[in-house]
Design a protein around this ligand. Structure first.
Ligand code: FPP
Length: 264
């Protein structure tokens, strides 16, 4: 990635701390090539590597990827099997590199539904990469936004029934603290690929004020350049969080316009 591109995405402090991605279009990518659907998922793995690289290079702090939804369990058994195999393959291939690069990986979702072998693999990767300080990579597996909220409600009820929590004290922070994402800020930017304009039960609570960016590119073809295009678009947005538009700071001048000897 060129310094100029990085300068553009960082201009005005416009780099999102947390980027979430709905990786969509693997099946279409495969169909367009007359390939079975699992080939699309396999090609999608390369795109995962690319966005992790891109996020590290740009200085994104948290990257959350939607890899397998709770609803995806309804897909044909052979596609589920292929996705589970891919997950294990990804872990085996990437574990050492992720650790070296300072990436902490967490899997978010109902991991109890994973077959034993994949469950052991995701736990191995989480344990092995714990403590990495450059990028938090969250991979949502067997995840549903409504299920996550129902789970948080259940935890609140259990705490209240056990006398650990006064129901009058239940507020937004109390809910957020019981989500899988409790340790992370909300996504600043939500990207969806393959041109679809849907949220698909992803991070329903957390994306309340996320900026949305839809790329027409199918996930297997998503590369660093597409990520940078999304980051650039984000840098040009004015976030209001329901309030009024704040005065934006003046843009950083081109290096040639800066005079030497002047403090910034
Ligand atoms: C959606 O495309 C994508 C998925 C259900 C799976 C995503 C999986 C990967 C990118 C590969 C593995 C990832 C990791 C982290 C190991 P779709 O099948 O719904 O596409 P379609 O809408 O074109 O049919």
């Amino acid at each position: 990635m060129s310094d100029e591109l990085l300068r553009q995405v960082k201009v005005n402090g416009g780099l999102p701390a947390h980027v979430a991605i709905i990786m969509d279009g693997n099946g279409r990518w495969a169909r367009e090539r007359a390939l079975p659907r699992p080939f699309g998922h396999k090609a999608g793995m390369q795109a995962v590597r690319e966005v992790v690289e891109g996020a590290l290079a740009a200085g994104v702090e948290v990257l959350t990827l939607f890899a397998f939804s709770q609803e995806n369990w309804q897909r044909p058994a052979d596609e589920i099997f292929a996705l589970m195999e891919l997950l294990e393959e990804y872990i085996a291939k990437e574990m050492a590199e992720l650790k070296t690069r300072g990436v902490t990986v967490r899997f978010l979702g109902n991991l109890d539904r994973l077959p034993d072998s994949q469950r052991a693999a995701v736990e191995r990767l989480m344990a092995h990469t714990g403590g990495g300080s450059r990028l938090a990579l969250n991979i949502c597996i067997s995840y549903g936004g409504r299920a996550e909220l129902a789970r948080a409600a259940r935890m609140l009820a259990e705490d209240a029934c056990a006398g650990r929590l006064d129901p009058a004290e239940i507020d937004e922070d109390a809910v957020a603290a019981r989500l899988y994402t409790a340790d992370f800020p909300d996504p600043d930017l939500l990207i969806r690929t393959s041109g679809e304009m849907r949220i698909s039960n992803f991070l329903l609570w957390q994306i309340s004020y996320s900026e949305l960016y839809v790329s027409d590119v199918c996930w297997p073809e998503f590369r660093k350049a597409e990520l940078m295009a999304a980051l650039r678009a984000y840098a040009g947005r004015q976030r209001k969080f329901g309030g009024l538009i704040q005065d934006m700071p003046p843009p950083i001048p081109e290096p040639s316009e800066r005079r030497s000897g002047h403090g910034v």
